[in-house]
Design a protein around this ligand. Sequence first.
Ligand SMILES: NC(=O)c1ccc[n+]([C@@H]2O[C@H](COP(=O)([O-])OP(=O)(O)OC[C@H]3O[C@@H](n4cnc5c(N)ncnc54)[C@H](OP(=O)(O)O)[C@@H]3O)[C@@H](O)[C@H]2O)c1
Length: 317
Amino acid sequence: MHRAAGWVLRGVRNPPKTRSRSGTARSPPRGLVYGQHGEPSAVVQLKDLEEAKLGGSDVHVKMLAAPINPADINVIQGTWRTRGVFPEEMLLKVPRDIPVLCAATLSVNPCTAFRMLSDFESLAPGDSIIQNAANSGVGQAVIQIAKASGIKTINVVRDRPDLPKLVETLMALGADHVITEEMLRKPEMKDLFKSIPKPRLALNCVGGKSTTEMLRHLQPKGTMVTYGGMAKQPVMVPVSAFIFRDVRLRGFWMTQWRKDHAQDPAALTSMMDSLCQLIRRGQLTAPACTEVPLQDYQAALEAAMKPFISSKQILLL
Ligand SMILES: NC(=O)c1ccc[n+]([C@@H]2O[C@H](COP(=O)([O-])OP(=O)(O)OC[C@H]3O[C@@H](n4cnc5c(N)ncnc54)[C@H](OP(=O)(O)O)[C@@H]3O)[C@@H](O)[C@H]2O)c1
């Protein structure tokens, strides 16, 4: 089985030269493929690929450029495995008393939530924050870490048939308010701000309308941190938000934070200690999840790509 940048290829051979519409000979498509996990520069090879047959509404696309993202590198290196050998300095000890699902999900989402709540605004108990995709893994960690610090959360989610159930789940985690994206535009938002101050911090993982509407509720001089783009739409900011409210737009990427703090291991240890303390005290739990035996990985991969799942797929290795 060969794999190439998100596509699984059933075989690689040298197909004969084909002809384009104009009748000129066309070289076979080429791609970077790998047949086993390992260091990308060692296992990835440039190969001729089978020419796909055109049918129905298929479109033949010529690719011009493609980025190599960190997530692509991780997939080629092999991330989901039962055992592996790593340099000691790459590893961080997780205390034995941390439940395995918390440990498995600790290093990305809770760390991202922790940093975004700490590094952009100095929030005091009673302050509020607003976030979209609040039912995501990061969002659930934000709710819990904020609650443990006395910070109020306004949590925006997409509408869905089982909304009351989702609201109940997020409230049980410690959410102060759970609203839909549509609600952000309604005058009733004024009522909400009678009992809670306007947020100083907005956490954006969506983009598009959801973000523009969320930004309207940010305090003057408040900060919006973008860390994801689930809607695959750009962030649109009304000019008035800059001129009359002087909002700050920032971004966050956990991988970059780790690189920036590579020479400061105490910063990572201190964050992990704080998160483990919250877990021990029952203030930070693993995200809502579905435990899947490794051999059922295909079902888990399919579920992980579906909308409105509200459950992190965890492979049991
Ligand atoms: N910058 C960083 O360092 C960093 C770190 C961790 C994660 N992230 C990013 O943060 C995002 C969330 O990660 P996660 O692991 O927490 O994800 P997750 O648990 O899988 O949750 C995905 C979330 O995205 C929402 N969503 C999906 N499509 C959407 C759309 N079109 N419009 C609005 N919401 C949509 C889902 O809501 P529904 O229930 O409505 O489908 C769900 O809340 C990802 O984009 C990830 O890459 C970034």
